[in-house]
Design a protein around this ligand. Structure first.
Ligand SMILES: [Zn+2]
Length: 493
């Protein structure tokens, strides 16, 4: 192999610039129901192997599936949130393939008549408040398969996941970059969590993604040959896999080759995609209508009811944060990505805070840091929103400094004590007593005659030094605004 020189790297970069990636995503996500899609077994995560199983979800012959109404309602809710057309009539199909985790030899899915058609998700990866629409092809319902577990001396199957309700959300190939793919996935996950349709937890395997990728010369409209990368279970893997596959396809085309239509697996250890053996992906699934389930008929009343009960969506919340609360699009996006964080912020300012941007900043830095560093949920990691609001109110009233509020907040996270008690205990109340501050300024001026003379002769930079000395003399508790005012007056006099 010829070692790559700076020059050949430059050529690659130029070649890459003249191509455009064309990406479509298929997301599978578990619906948040108590029971499975076609039986009464628990659908939750975390039970011991094969604890949540029955003859229906283990695929025994002669059993009959019964459709879970709640799962249909959640799928419709997602369809409405994504601006889809909801089918009043749809059918379930058998998707035929055999795998040990699917012993009945088919998966119940929807093929020709999905429950939701069309629709779109708006993304704003640049964060400039100018969203772009990624169109959807469809959202359909299906059951999940079990899980194969390969150990050193045996292959095992856990059927707890078998029959758990899924929706598959299929986008049009409207995505053009890694950034857009990331923004799309984050928005989808946020919507699912806001409406309570799914927890969207990738680490538990209930939010998985297949990626279709092709590249074409920038400025052309024909699609190139696409490859599919299956079963990516983290945002980072999706991003890495897209980057790798786009680069690989450009290199194939640049060296005069042709991209072949095939399915790849992402290998997170080697950080590369590799083709699956062709036997592992038979694309002809021999779909046929599931004879054990009647067609799914949805009434317009049910759709209207679900629409009327739709919770506020992330995009609406962001817009409200920008227009009503006065935040920037960036702040609004960070604060509204998780519903709990957005709720927390709104509850905190509801105690009567005037400085909404200050509160937003405090939540984005102090509160989110506490969550990230502890690895716990917001509720477990931080004081209640009311207490954080009360703390910030003390800052607004000048009772404590912002730095003192940060100290108090960190202590409150550990102790569980309220704002007032913590500020008391740590003696953080700042001194706003003009005569005490004045006395400290007088002693400083008396102690530093040479520097005072320099300052009065025009060395303005010394002012910061004086402020620091007074703050130090008062153990950091003096009201900084008052120190500034009093000191300036005394030095000019
Ligand atoms: Zn079951």
């Amino acid at each position: 192999m010829i070692p790559e020189t700076a020059d050949s790297q430059g050529k690659h970069a130029m070649a890459a610039d003249s191509y455009e990636a064309v990406i479509g995503l298929e997301v599978h996500t578990h619906l948040l129901t108590r029971a499975k899609l076609f039986c009464g077994c628990a659908a939750g995560f975390g039970a011991g192997p094969n604890e949540n199983v029955c003859p229906v979800c283990m695929g025994m012959p002669g059993v009959l599936p019964v459709l879970n109404r709640r799962a249909v309602e959640l799928a419709i809710l997602m369809g409405l949130a994504a601006h889809c057309e909801i089918s009043l009539y749809s059918i379930f199909d058998r998707k035929s393939y055999f795998y040990p985790d699917l012993p009945k030899g088919y998966q119940i899915s929807q093929y020709e008549t999905p429950l939701c058609k069309g629709g779109y998700i708006e993304i704003d990866p640049a964060g400039n408040g100018e969203p772009r629409r990624i169109r959807l092809v469809r959202i359909h319902m299906e059951e999940d398969a079990g899980k194969n577990i390969h150990e050193a001396d045996a292959s095992l199957v856990d059927f707890n996941r078998s029959g758990v309700p899924l929706v598959e959300i299929v986008s049009e190939p409207d995505i053009r970059s890694v950034e857009e793919a990331g923004a799309y996935l984050r928005e989808l996950r946020a919507i699912l969590r806001y409406i309570g349709a799914s927890e969207g937890r990738m680490e538990e395997g209930n939010f998985r993604c297949d990626v279709n990728i092709s590249v074409r010369r920038a400025g052309t409209s024909e699609y190139g040959t696409k490859t599919e990368i299956k079963n990516l279970n983290s945002f980072r893997f999706v991003e890495k896999a897209i980057e790798h596959e786009v680069k690989r396809q450009i290199e194939v085309l640049e060296s005069g080759g042709r991209v072949t239509q095939e399915t790849h697996l992402w290998d997170p250890l080697r950080q590369e995609t590799r083709p699956m053996r062709s036997k592992e992906f038979a694309n002809d699934y021999r779909y046929f209508p599931e004879p054990d389930l009647p067609p799914l008929r949805v009434s317009q009343e049910l759709i209207d009811q679900i629409r009327a009960a739709m919770p506020e969506l992330p995009a609406d919340r962001r817009a409200r944060f920008v227009h009503d609360v006065g935040l920037t699009p960036y702040e609004a996006r960070v604060l509204s990505e998780e519903r709990e964080v957005a709720d927390y912020f709104e509850k905190a300012i509801a105690v009567g805070l005037k400085n909404h941007k200050g509160a937003a900043n405090f939540v984005m830095t102090e509160v989110l840091r506490a969550v990230n560093e502890s690895g716990k949920s917001l509720e477990q990691a931080a004081p209640s929103a009311d207490e954080t609001g009360a703390l910030l109110k003390m800052v607004e009233a000048g009772t404590i400094s912002l730095n003192a509020a940060k100290t108090a907040f960190a202590a409150m996270c550990k102790s569980g004590l309220g704002a007032a008690a913590t500020v008391d205990e740590l003696e953080l109340v700042q001194v706003s007593d003009a005569s005490a501050i004045g006395a400290a300024c007088d002693s400083l001026i008396a102690a530093e005659p040479a520097k005072v003379a320099q300052y009065r002769a025009g060395r303005d930079k010394l002012f910061g030094f004086f402020v620091g000395m007074v703050m130090k003399a008062m153990a950091g508790k003096a009201n900084p605004k008052m120190v500034n005012e009093i000191l300036r007056k005394k030095l000019s006099g």
